[in-house]
Design a protein around this ligand. Sequence first.
Ligand code: PLP
Length: 388
Amino acid sequence: MTTTASDVSQALLGVYARVGPVFTAGEGAELIAEDGTRYLDFVAGIAVNALGYDSAVIRSAITQALESGLIHTSNLYRTAPGEQLAEELVARSFADRVFFCNSGAEANEAAFKFARRWSRKTGIVAFSGSFHGRLFASLAATDRPDYRKPFEPLVPGVEIIPLGDRAAAARAIDAERTAAVIIEPLQGEGGVRPVRADWLAFLRDLCDERHVALIFDEVQCGLGRTGTLFAYEQAGVTPDMLTLAKPLAGGLPMGAVLVNEAIAMSLKPGDHATTFGGGPLVASVALAVLRTIVEPDFLAGVQAKGDLLGRLLAALVARRSRVREVRGRGLMWGIELAEPAGPFVGAARDRHLLVVSAGPNVLRLVPPLIISEAELERGVGILDEVLA
Ligand code: PLP
């Protein structure tokens, strides 16, 4: 059963183009519609539901957290789960401190403020193909004219330059003006585009030379999605700050900014805050998610399934002429088509496979990390039919 946009409740603000069935349940890598139809989900809430649906890990973390009676206390007081989560994120990354917030855009906005405080400069440099969120500064750093134009003026001093253009970077990243450079090590919304390690290393050197904070936005590609806990580990380049959100609390809203000591030392109480950030319920769930993802077998599984998905998609390129290219890493892949991707999203949904586009002509696959190899094969089989 498929509904159309006109069936959607008129009580909801019309900023989303919702279509398809009403989902009432989920299990593993499948969403279940109200008529019982199962949909194989290669979207996972847009790279959020890493542990899939009805996860025993998440269920038990929520239940235990609720037993304490504490959902929220505010950041006026200490609670254990947020402190433990920060300790574990620090232990497993380059970072020395963590700030918790509620979404990816909020994490990037916070990182921009921290960069300004530390550098005592104001400018921000971002890249073509970027997506960093839809608040005023994160939107200013997002290379989507259609999202930006209606809301201008955005935050001033944010420049978007061509990804990979060293001369443009050397011009724009300025020792006097620039506070931060922000980049996704694997671009998501911009079409699933892996960024070369030597480009990240080049930015690292330039930022060091010019006292600029290098921010890696791993909101979409972080936390196991590419087969390592953080995508930057594969490039061997370390940022000054790293932003996380999407899968962090297993579907509950949570973001984080991981910060090095120099930047942390430039901040003091009152410089930034958010009411809900790092509360005991979300932090308990995030701890359980993080502890699951970092298990060596789990990440090895993502790598193996990613390799399989890469091979299955490479075969699609060979078989289907409308597929221009496939690219990705781990369980984050894009299929670039020679035509708009939208109709294929609908055609896949009609065959009970959920995929999402990334830009006008890329189909994006970001399934739950717990998906099985058989499910990957089944999903690519459906895509093969759809693209025929
Ligand atoms: N950064 C990246 C790389 C993203 O993919 C997204 C969302 O798609 C965001 C930031 C914004 O996150 P949120 O929607 O949680 O504000």
